[in-house]
Design a protein around this ligand. Structure first.
Ligand code: SF4
Ligand code: SF4
Length: 340
């Protein structure tokens, strides 16, 4: 396993993080075995969140005896100070630890959400927890390149950033942004390296990621086979060649008008459709445990989505020129077929 220094955190982390999002879908003993196997193969960075069902709790058990050798990333999606701090304490309790190495403001993808974090005093509150030692490093996860710019207005307490990066989503890897990341020595984490399960050629995904060596991919895994496969391709060194670029172009053509990044630029919809959730129904179905999936108010959201007037306002706002009403329709149909 190769190791890299994660920006100004100074942490020497494995060149791939273990994503523990999908623990609720697998047997507890298998999940623990998977964590131990990842650790034995040199992975020392694990990503979780208290909203990932059973993830922190299983990790708490799996990391007994090796906690000090692993760097844990966790996060909270809450913007309100009280709820955010409560989430942090829940994470500490579930993980059975008195500190979390990296704690993120999760999914800060709109300027209003950033404003909320500032105005509610949530950012200051987390900095305070950092001085108390409950968290060692602080960062953000974000799906919107515009909001990232505000990250630089913040002070030295912020050291990590988690953004989507795969060959369909490389908006965060623009040279101008990379230059800034480097200038501020930000530790970079790449979420969705396999497009949330939508990109099945894992070897190609890793080849693409090698073009951006500053980013540590956070790879979600459900079994030992996936772990072995990821480590195998992680350890290769070749960059995409002409054939690979051709494959990428072909996939981009096929998925190009349907590959939603969940950035939310297209919202709000005048008819109240939660486009970011509707467009991700297939991904949620693939990644989430069934009880959580059926607990996302999707029934209601799908009902609203069926009233899409195809006015096209969302498509006009989408920076990726996606045919949003078409994606909505496709996901609504998928959901309705599940319910039959
Ligand atoms: S449809 Fe476009 S703007 Fe809306 S969330 Fe998806 S990628 Fe972003
Ligand atoms: S096309 Fe449909 S989803 Fe998009 S803004 Fe219009 S009503 Fe909303």
């Amino acid at each position: 396993m190769q190791y890299k220094v994660l920006g100004k955190t100074g942490l020497r982390v494995s060149s791939m993080a273990f994503g523990a999002l999908q623990f609720a879908r697998i047997d507890r003993a298998e999940a623990i075995k998977l964590v131990h196997s990842a650790y034995e193969q040199g992975i020392n960075l694990i990503d979780t969140a208290h909203t990932y069902p059973r993830s922190e709790e299983i990790l708490g058990e799996a990391l007994k005896g090796i906690r000090e050798k692993i760097y844990i990333i966790s996060k909270s999606i809450s913007k309100n100070k009280k709820e955010f701090l409560s989430d942090l304490n829940t994470s500490l309790k579930q993980l059975g630890t008195d500190y979390i190495d990296i704690f993120l403001f999760h999914s800060v993808s709109k300027n209003e959400e950033f404003d909320l974090l500032e105005n509610e005093g949530t950012i200051d509150a987390l900095i305070k927890e950092k001085t108390k030692g409950k968290v060692r490093f602080i960062g953000f996860s974000c799906h919107n390149p515009e909001v990232i710019k505000r990250f630089y207005e913040l002070n030295d307490d912020f050291s990590t950033l988690m953004v989507p990066l795969n060959f369909m989503t490389d908006e965060y890897a623009q040279p101008s942004l990379i230059e800034k990341f480097e200038k501020f020595n930000i530790g970079l984490l790449a979420m969705k390296p396999f497009g949330g399960g939508r990109l099945s050629d894992i070897e190609l995904c890793f080849k693409f990621l090698r073009k951006y060596p500053k980013f540590i991919p956070v790879a979600g895994m459900q079994n030992l086979k996936e772990l072995e496969e990821s480590i195998k391709y992680l350890n290769q060194s070749d960059l995409p060649d002409g054939n690979d670029e051709e494959k990428i172009n072909k996939i981009s053509m096929e998925l190009g008008t349907r590959f939603c990044r969940q950035c939310g630029y297209c919202m709000p919809c005048p008819n109240g459709i939660v486009i970011t959730d509707i467009n991700f129904i297939k991904v949620y179905y693939k990644q989430m445990p069934m009880d959580k999936f059926y607990n996302m108010d999707l029934e209601e959201k799908v009902k609203t989505a069926k009233a899409c007037s195809e006015c096209g306002k969302c498509s006009q706002r989408c920076p990726f020129n996606l045919d949003v009403p078409f994606i909505i329709k496709e996901n609504v149909e998928f959901y309705e077929n599940l319910s039959i």
